[in-house]
Design a protein. Sequence first.
Length: 577
Amino acid sequence: MTRLLIVLAVLALSAQFARAAKVISVTDFGARPNDGADDAAAVRQAIRECVKTPGAVLKFPKGRYDFFPVATGRPQSPPGMFFADCQGITVDGGGSTLVYRGVMGAMSFRSCRDVVVKDLTIDWDRPPYSVGTVVADGEKYFDVAVQKAFPVQGGEPVGAFMEYDPKTKFPRRDGLDVYYGVDRTELVGPQRLRVHLKRDATAAVGALMILRHQVYGPGGIGLNECDGARVENVTIYTAPGMGVTGTRTSDIVLRNVRIVPKPDSPNMMSVTADATHFNSCTGEITIEGCEFEGMGDDATNVHGMFHNVTERVDERTVRSVVRNQWLFPPKAGQEMEFTDPATLLPYATGTVAEVAVDNQAKNHRITFAKPLPDRLKVGDWLGNVAWAPKLRIRNCKVRGNRARGFLIQTRDAVIEGCHIAHNQSAAINVTTDLHPWTESIGTRKIVIRNNVFEDVNNCARWHPGAISIFADLAEGKGRGAAGVHRDILIEGNTIRDTADAAIYVCSADGVVIRNNTIESSSARPRRPEGRHAIYVQNSRNVEITANKLTPGPGQATPVGMSESPTETVKVHDNEGF
């Protein structure tokens, strides 16, 4: 036994020594913290050494490191840090701040295994947006007195603009929120930018305006086709695009990630799009103890992509396309649901046997292990069950962002212990759609438990409820059938101060709403569903029990129903109903 302990101790020491020997410091390749010079070339040289060394640790001795864009003649520069085919790579910031310039991504990983990013801050020298006060409004233009911290010279692109309340610094209730509406900008005085519009929109003189020069840009940390990733103790103050993204990546963990505007600065926005976004990922996604504030879009979006069938090739093979001609091939062995576009309900499943991609035609040839269903026709949709990762969001804070809190389009999800406040839009959407995004898949086993949602869904980009469950068919076709979403529990939440419904349930089968406290919902209803604390549409097997309600001024009745079999909606033992 003693000999065994000695051997184990020697092995442990050897492993510890091996790990220590794999540390690669960026300063060994010429990076110098705190000197304001461009460190990008030195860091890239250190990364090349990491690629040769499985299990390497890329170390930043504490300080500030600067990354300048590379002149390529293109609108975007390559990412400041790019990793490909690394087997076990850790980026250890050691408390450092990485500062980027221009339109470039901060950090990108492709086809890497066991990625760790920890203990660092990401920022931009000049945020990819400008903040100012509306000082004039004219026909198809408005003028903004831009704050000195955001130098402008005219000609800056504006992909989106939005009004904020000058007192609260939150999105302005019923204020402008416009995408792709700017024709050009010109300087009409010192730091006075005239925004010429493609279509007229009345800006409120005196309102704060954020002009996003980049919206869906290259972003902060990108994980592409990776296997296992952890992002821990990372702060992102801003980025041109999203904060942390995963695409076709498995098993992602975010802990103590903060995506917030830089404190003690005039910055009112953090990243210009989603704080986090996970597309067609697999395995499990865990988001714990994180803080997301002031984003240009959602806090978290987890979804797959629907494939649209364009040809039935033979008895086992179809051709399919994904929105925007993206190539998102499934893998052999994955299960896909054959889905009816008239209802969004799956009518059969099939196991993928073989996949071929036509890069020129931008389509997929998918062969299944067994014959196709007889009813399959061109125009039907395929949803990949593997692209619905297990999701756990715990003890997170979301505050003051433009759009939604959590956008749930996956299966086996738990959202608990979170606080979402002052969102322009809904706190949580449980959804899937064929228009406009064609993001999959009909959800199963969703738990929304012990959260606090307050002052959400009060502005321009609103939804029927602070919690909204729904499925959208093709444009103009309405909502999906009951049963697109199944097995949903909404329990122990506090929902207060929202313009419309607290909870909106549509296209669902098997929903339990219990032990929630609802205060001042229906504060300013904007359509009929909003005149009820809870609204049930086109759903069945819904139980509403043991909830407490303090009605808002616009409430008609506590529960409203439409297109639902009322005998399957049970309302009992509630207070204030």
